[in-house]
Design a protein around this ligand. Structure first.
Ligand code: FAD
Length: 462
């Protein structure tokens, strides 16, 4: 039977696309060669955030005295931490299998590839082959860790983000190559667990895409927590002697070397474009991913590419959103899908989140802008939580008061950002936000005050 849509890859891009297609009445097949949920559920967002929760509790315990509670001792049981992580993953992946079944999506466990623009071949786990005829194909094969060309990067025991998630012991000294989101999240997790963490970053700043006002403050905060960060530092070589790794680098002040019992390479991710026969049928791609138009269609009619594999965003929620947008286009649904404002969250201590333009970008593009910052130190809820470090920063157009960017460093930043997402995505003006009541005492008041500050109207700010 000919299908309407065949999706290759069952991560947050692919499985969401398949469910949305089924909701719209399409006959859909989803092909996944490994586990449903993809990187996000099995090796990315969910396992890291489960570990982040452990780190959060440990950080609270470190400051527990402040709350008048005495805890004389506590242990960290790595087996239990890993079991809890696996339980959360299994609960979610089982849930996805049920959702796909309930929506009537056919799921095939096998490796998919393109045979022509209307046929997908599948190598099944039992070694047999299958061909599926379809009107449309959605490629959602995701990404894998990039390996930088560093001598010794392939030494045994050196981790990527995939292997380090299954750590069996807490390292004493962890050397992280790469100060992007993934590297910094692991830095925060292991620092809380008592590991001495050193981050080595090639660029002049960690978290290059984040507003530099916030990354400067974050770097100071991380240093206080004992995380060493070396920016503008190039790793030349890694050596291993017995159980100790030594990393040789070139930094701002000349040659440097670092020692540790564990190395994590977190140097970005590469789209999975091999082994699906893109070249064979002429789908355009380069090392950044498969090229797509505004509807995520490739250069070949009826073939779409969503999520990490097109290299646009490399975030789970972007993958899902793109999957929905592509399917709605295929099924002829006329709906506006706003794709340009993708929020980003960084689960570190303090938490960070961002949407829209940064001040650095506004300057570069010559956009007339105003900024306002509201510190959590002046927010009642943050003080009551004992987490008053950080701020909300808002960037608005100096011409028409429209909110262009919101950047948060502080408690629950990843949840707080969504008011900013709505404001930026709907092109709201500061005065529209300041005319809306925010409950007290809440962290959201910090956002309202930062917005009010753009026009000099914040109450709890001098
Ligand atoms: P993937 O999730 O990579 O899924 C692709 C799927 O395709 C995989 O299951 C794979 O097995 C399958 N596949 C590949 N080739 C074939 C084939 N030929 N046939 C059949 N199946 C195939 N993002 C966030 O938004 N928030 C976070 O907090 C976050 N944390 C992260 C932490 C880490 C450590 C990492 C590594 C990533 C994190 N990400 C996070 C990024 C997020 O995981 C990805 O952006 C997201 O998973 C991309 O979804 P996707 O569907 O495009 O691809």
């Amino acid at each position: 039977m000919e299908k309407d849509i065949v999706v290759i890859g069952g991560g947050p891009g692919g499985y969401v696309a398949a469910i949305r297609a089924a909701q719209l009445g399409a006959k859909v097949t989803l092909i996944e060669m490994d586990k449903l949920g993809g990187t996000c559920l099995n090796r990315g967002c969910i396992p890291t955030k489960t570990l982040y929760r452990n780190a959060e509790i440990l950080n609270t315990l470190k400051n527990i005295d402040e709350f008048g509670i005495g805890v004389s001792s506590y242990d960290v049981d790595v087996d239990k931490i890993q079991n809890r992580k696996r339980k959360v993953i299994t609960q979610l992946t089982d849930g996805i299998a049920q959702l796909l079944k309930a929506n009537g999506v056919e799921v095939i466990n096998g490796k998919g590839r393109l045979i022509d623009s209307k046929t997908v071949g599948v190598s099944l786990v039992d070694g047999s082959e299958l061909e599926i005829k379809t009107k449309n194909i959605i490629i959602a094969t995701g990404s894998k860790p990039s390996m930088p060309p560093i001598e010794g990067a392939d030494l045994p025991g050196i981790f990527t983000s995939e292997e380090i998630l299954d750590f069996e012991r807490i390292p004493e000294k962890l050397l992280i190559i790469g100060g992007g989101v993934i590297g910094m999240e692991f830095a925060g997790i292991f620092n809380a667990m008592g590991t001495k963490v050193t981050v080595i970053e090639y660029m002049p700043s960690i978290l290059a895409q984040v507003d530099s006002d916030l990354t400067k403050r974050l770097s100071v905060s991380l240093k206080k927590r004992g995380i060493d960060i070396y920016t503008s530092t190039k790793v030349n070589k890694i050596e291993k002697d017995s159980e100790i790794y030594r990393i040789y680098c070139e930094g701002k002040k000349g040659e440097l070397s670092f020692e540790g019992d564990c190395v994590l390479i977190a140097a970005g991710r590469t789209p999975v474009v091999d082994e699906i026969n893109l070249k064979g049928i002429g789908v355009s791609f380069d090392r950044r991913g498969i090229k797509v138009d505004e509807n995520y269609m490739t250069n070949i009619e009826g073939i779409y590419a969503i999520g990490d594999v097109n290299g646009i965003s490399m975030l789970a929620h972007a993958a899902s959103h793109q999957g929905i947008a592509a399917v709605e286009k295929i099924m002829g649904l006329k709906k506006e899908n706003k794709n340009e404002y993708v929020p980003g969250c960084i689960f570190i201590f303090p938490e960070m989140s961002t949407v829209g333009i940064t001040e650095d970008e506004a300057k570069e593009k010559g956009i007339p802008y105003k900024t306002s910052k509201f510190l959590f130190g002046a927010n009642g809820k943050a003080l009551a939580l004992g987490e008053a470090e950080g701020m909300v920063k808002v960037i608005a157009s100096a011409e028409d008061d429209i909110i262009l960017g919101v950047h948060i460093m502080g408690p629950h930043a990843s949840d707080l950002i969504h008011e900013g997402v709505l404001a930026v995505g709907s092109r709201m003006k500061c005065r529209e936000i300041s005319g809306i009541i925010h409950a007290h005492p809440t962290l959201s008041e910090a956002f309202a005050e930062a917005v009010m500050g753009i026009n000099g109207e914040a109450i709890h700010m001098v």
